[in-house]
Design a protein around this ligand. Sequence first.
Ligand SMILES: Nc1ncnc2c1ncn2[C@@H]1O[C@H](COP(=O)(O)OP(=O)(O)O)[C@@H](O)[C@H]1O
Ligand SMILES: [Mg+2]
Length: 230
Amino acid sequence: MSTTEAEGFSFLLARHLERKEQEQAALARLLHDELCGQLVAARMLVARLLEPSTRASDVQRIGLEDVERQLATAITINRRIVERLRPGLLDHFGLSPALQALFEEQGRSAGLEVVLRLPQEPLELSPEAGICLYRVAEEALDNVVKHAQARRIDLQVVRQATRCVMTLRDDGVGFEPSRLEGLGTVGLPLIRERLGALGGRLALTAAPGSGVCLVASLPLAATLRAAAGS
Ligand SMILES: Nc1ncnc2c1ncn2[C@@H]1O[C@H](COP(=O)(O)OP(=O)(O)O)[C@@H](O)[C@H]1O
Ligand SMILES: [Mg+2]
């Protein structure tokens, strides 16, 4: 691929991913506002039917309690789907709280020891950069859960002078990186392209028996503005 073709591909990929994120965000809003609203209303109705004044029989009460439990589960599943489609914490509070919630919920439910070092101050990333790093972390965490048989995962985010650098390390079985090209998988290649399309980089260090370390970096919003102005 020539340099011009590669730039054209990068631009197209960035546009495609941006549109996909917008579509997912619209779907998440719909599920949150419409479906969740209906489920919560139904749960409140059942709670009212369970009040002593309704004098429900024991059989009715057992049935209603069952329905209430099922509605509570449906509300939790709906919330998880909404978060997966569009992490609300990222939009409202930034990358660190969003990553903390993702790793604490999914990492710990997979039985992993999760060690987080996340900055408290705002990272000053563009919205595209924020969602890009979040999706990279999501794929890396999925990989650890699916492939690594790890006991521990470490996630660190550091704000440097011009870049934001995110490092993920696991202590699992690792793999031979040269095998990657022949595998024809899309997870890791896509996050590399995704970072590249926003001026970032991915470095992968892995070996059988030595876990995997991913370092993803992206320019800060101010760095991009300065480059565009020069
Ligand atoms: N953290 C990890 N530990 C062990 N192996 C990994 C890890 N991450 C990726 N791999 C290996 O690299 C391959 C490619 O990963 P990826 O491109 O994400 O595809 P997929 O997850 O769909 O298999 C995986 O199939 C697995 O063999
Ligand atoms: Mg994967």
